[in-house]
Design a protein. Sequence first.
Length: 182
Amino acid sequence: MPNIEFPSTTALVVVDVQAGTLPNARAVSAENLVSHVGSLVEAFRGSGRPVAFVVSTGTASGVTDHGPGGRVWPEGFAELAPGIDDRGDEPVHPRAGWSAFAGTSLLDDLTAAQITDIVVVGLATTFGVESTARDAADLGFSVVVVSDAVSDPDPSGHERSLTRVFPALGRVRTTAEVLAAI
């Protein structure tokens, strides 16, 4: 696998590493996920690169096989997981859609900061992470998904996204590889 370089126009996007979703971290344990994401957050901060947090606050309207949409998660669900904290000056984008770009100002923030590359981490690999990576690629960003800093309730779905979907949208790297390149 070729080395990777991150220009100064690279941002870290942390998807749904929050109290209500953390119990769904099964493909990569919640403990390892938080550790890896925390390391990446600190490395991006230390290098002067932006960090954006996205949290799920519910579901979009519309009916699914799981019931009617437009649900709002209970209080505390969207709190960032212990060990993953914003500094107060970093955006936390609440969303009810699948992608971190849906109904948020994330694209505006990244565009204003002249970001060209994004590194995506979080939960769940086959839901918010994959939707965000797909949208980012469609929007013209160079995308990196960090294989051991994403997790999913379904290990086989997680593996499929890592081996079949993400390589077609961008690049897949480990936390160690990203940290070495920052």
